[in-house]
Design a protein around this ligand. Structure first.
Ligand code: SF4
Length: 326
């Protein structure tokens, strides 16, 4: 049976090569219109082996010649037994098939021996055990920055689809996290030339391009608060099909009272990364872990966390590639 998706802007039902060509053309237009990747950029692509990062890497590989950019895959090994090894195997297959250089950075090497499994053991029963993904998200961002620095990247791109973004907006509302909501703005809007790729579109692109990706869920995902936001979003979509895009656009246009605006970021006093407090989130989390568990899996290197150098000169953006799902 033919599988097709109605194109949001043209209203055409597209499938196969036409769907993929339209998908890639919108990404190209978005990158060029937003001047997201200047000619000559060295782009570190966050590669997890999952569908979003796989589609992102494939689309950027197709677009690298017209954009005149070079790509480096950077994968993060969080140290999650029974999950990450298989996902990294998918990344290695992709790197070999697409002939892209791959660098793997591991939490254990970067964060004084801490793996996600060690974090989970340390926080179990402490009331923080449901926060594995909070730790993981903060540490992964730092690990990606370190990977980008290692490969000499000028830009970092990571893959998120519109559904992920809407879940994030919901989570931030439910937590009352004005700072994150404020940082979630500024993504542009379809009226400004961008387009968001839904989860369905990302899956369909991967299907039509016969992409090999890893689709199993992380062992810690069932504990994550994101799951509640996902369930709520499904309920909302059942009564309002445009809920995903509406939520993302709401966050983009949100105007916060000046008192709720986060202060301009400074530099972490320990590692130099962007931080709105004396310590960046990664260093603060590692301090908390080391305080609770003073003998982690491996000894800390002199000076504590290894991440002492920010990406030099990089506009270290967590870029939301509209339509490609970042
Ligand atoms: Fe990390 Fe949570 Fe994602 Fe697992 S589900 S890889 S713990 S952020």
């Amino acid at each position: 049976a033919l599988t097709a998706l109605r194109h949001l802007r043209s209203g055409l039902a597209l499938w196969g090569a036409c769907f993929c060509a339209a998908f890639e053309a919108e990404v190209l237009h978005t990158v060029e219109a937003g001047r997201l990747l200047p000619p000559g950029a060295v782009v570190a692509v966050g590669a997890s082996g999952g569908k979003d990062s796989t589609v992102l890497a494939h689309v950027l590989r197709e677009l690298a010649p017209p954009l005149d950019v070079s790509l480096r895959l950077v994968a993060v090994d969080e140290g999650i037994g029974g999950y990450r090894d298989a996902a990294l195997a998918a990344v290695r297959r992709q790197a070999a098939r697409w002939e892209l250089p791959l660098t793997v950075v591991a939490y254990a090497d970067l964060f004084g021996g801490w793996t996600m499994d060690a974090v989970a053991r340390s926080t179990a029963g402490s009331g923080r055990s449901r926060a594995c993904c909070t730790f993981c998200g903060v540490l992964r961002r730092r690990a990606l920055e370190e990977g980008a620095r290692l490969v000499g990247a000028s830009h970092i791109v990571t893959g998120h689809n519109a559904d992920d973004m809407a879940e994030t907006v919901l989570m931030n509302f439910l937590r009352g996290d004005a700072g994150r909501l404020a940082r979630g703005g500024g993504l542009g809007s379809p009226g400004e030339g961008g387009a968001l790729a839904s989860q369905k579109e990302v899956v369909l692109y991967a299907h039509f391009c016969r992409l090999d990706y890893f689709s199993e869920e992380c062992v810690y995902a069932p504990e994550a608060f994101r799951g509640h936001a996902r369930d709520l979003l499904k309920l909302l979509e059942a009564v309002r099909p445009s809920a995903v895009l509406d939520l993302v656009h709401s966050a983009e246009r949100l105007a916060l009272h000046p008192a709720a605006q986060p202060p301009p970021p400074g530099a972490c006093s320990r590692c130099g990364a962007l931080a709105s407090r004396p310590l960046c989130q990664a260093c603060a989390l590692l301090d908390g872990l080391n305080h609770r568990h003073p003998k982690p899996v491996r000894a800390l290197p002199p000076g504590g966390a290894l991440l002492t150098t920010p990406v030099p000169g990089a506009s270290s953006l967590s870029m939301v590639l509209r339509r490609a799902g970042l």
